[in-house]
Design a protein around this ligand. Structure first.
Ligand SMILES: *Cc1c(COP(=O)(O)O)cnc(C)c1O
Length: 361
């Protein structure tokens, strides 16, 4: 068996032991004579899987009792709409920090639903950096929440110090870096993430929501778009993506086996610095897109001196078994997505390849 050097941005690499476990369970899950995909979401067997995933996420992220965990559908993209629908009151304003394409999309949806303002943006420098706290000022209005994107998947930047706005609720799209490091969940009123980068396969979206926030949901909102519906029904209001939740439960078990977020964070730092060090070493050849203090641990974006060499780099990489290295269509260049499940050996192989390619040129 040959596994690819998988740098896909999402859906992306899953841990090999997780895939093997799923394979083992596929035909006969725990002696039930069926796969997890073939059983009722109301069965005790499935409910155990769902509750186990919830508990594991709570303990891994140290989620306080003030917050609920729900599993939703519609991807992170539906959250862009659900957030203003649920939490942006008529006379309030939603404050957005723009650090890349995903935050722009979140803003665009909110604009359709209520009043918004942009309190910080790095668009002017092509999203190379993350604003600092003292560049961010709340308007003199009733601010419903501040929305940030903790890791910018396309540009390869990441918040390393989260801003704080006193009593104002902080909401974060953590789709591409949830579980990559320790964070203080209590600082956030809502954290959400599509699973397909760091948590599992596509199809399920995790939301961690502060209970206080639920009282602000307007009456008359569609049942399925209301966070409280999913909280009250333990994410079983309607048929959830059962297989995705099962896969998520296996990924969380795997993270625990790795030693939890302390160990994962160390490993991620090692993987990322290996790549950034290589680029800094050959700085006239490989140029990281992100400013040094805003570099992402998850998505390493870089360019080569010109289009021809980018093309031949990507071509040769593909021949050598590297997958998913071209940059997002909106940015160009190259991107190595090195989520939790990407093994250190895969990063080492890329560094060796980059060194060899540089020397050859
Ligand atoms: C991938 C991604 C999204 C989009 O997620 P979907 O599940 O496809 O809607 C949103 N935000 C960020 C930061 C992402 O990386």
């Amino acid at each position: 068996m040959k596994r690819a050097y998988n740098f896909n941005a999402g859906p992306s690499a899953l841990p090999l032991p997780v895939l093997q476990k799923a394979q083992q369970d596929m035909i006969d899950y725990k002696g039930t004579g069926m796969s997890i995909m073939e059983m009722s979401h109301r069965s005790s067997t499935f409910e155990e899987v769902l509750n186990g995933a919830k508990e594991d996420l709570r303990s891994l992220m140290n989620i306080p009792d003030t917050h609920e965990v729900v599993f939703l559908q519609g991807g992170a993209s539906l959250q862009f709409s659900m957030i203003p629908m649920n939490f942006l009151g008529t006379n309030q304003i939603g404050a957005y920090v723009l650090t890349g394409s995903w935050s722009e999309k979140a803003l665009k949806e909110a604009q359709k639903l209520g009043q918004t303002t942009v309190i910080g943006s790095s668009k002017e420098n092509n999203y190379r950096s993350i604003p600092t706290q003292n560049e961010l000022h709340l308007p003199q209005q009733d601010v419903a929440y501040v929305h940030i994107t903790s890791n910018n998947t396309i540009y390869g930047t990441q918040w390393h110090h989260f801003p704080s706005f006193g009593e104002t609720d902080l909401i974060a799209d953590m789709s591409s870096d949830i579980l990559c490091r320790n964070i203080d969940v209590s600082k956030f009123s809502l954290i959400y993430a599509g699973a397909q980068k760091n948590l599992g396969p596509s199809g399920v979206t995790v939301a961690i929501v502060k209970k206080d926030l639920l009282s602000r949901i307007p009456a008359g909102l569609s049942t399925i778009l209301n966070y409280e519906t999913h909280v009250k029904n333990n994410s079983l209001y309607h048929t959830p993506p059962t297989f995705s939740i099962y896969m998520l439960s296996l990924v969380l078990e795997w993270v625990k086996e790795q030693g939890g977020l302390d160990a994962i964070e160390k490993q991620n730092e090692k993987k990322a610095s290996m790549l950034y060090e290589c680029m800094d070493m050959y700085g006239d050849f490989y140029t990281p897109h992100a400013d040094k203090d805003s570099r992402s641990l998850m998505n390493v974006t870089f360019t080569l001196p010109d289009k021809d060499r980018t093309t031949s780099f990507l071509q040769l990489a593909e021949e050598k078994g590297f997958v998913g290295l071209s940059g997002h269509r909106s940015v160009g260049g190259c991107r190595a997505s090195i989520y939790n499940a990407v093994p250190i050996e895969t990063c080492e192989a890329l560094v060796s390849f980059m060194e060899a390619f540089y020397k050859e040129q």
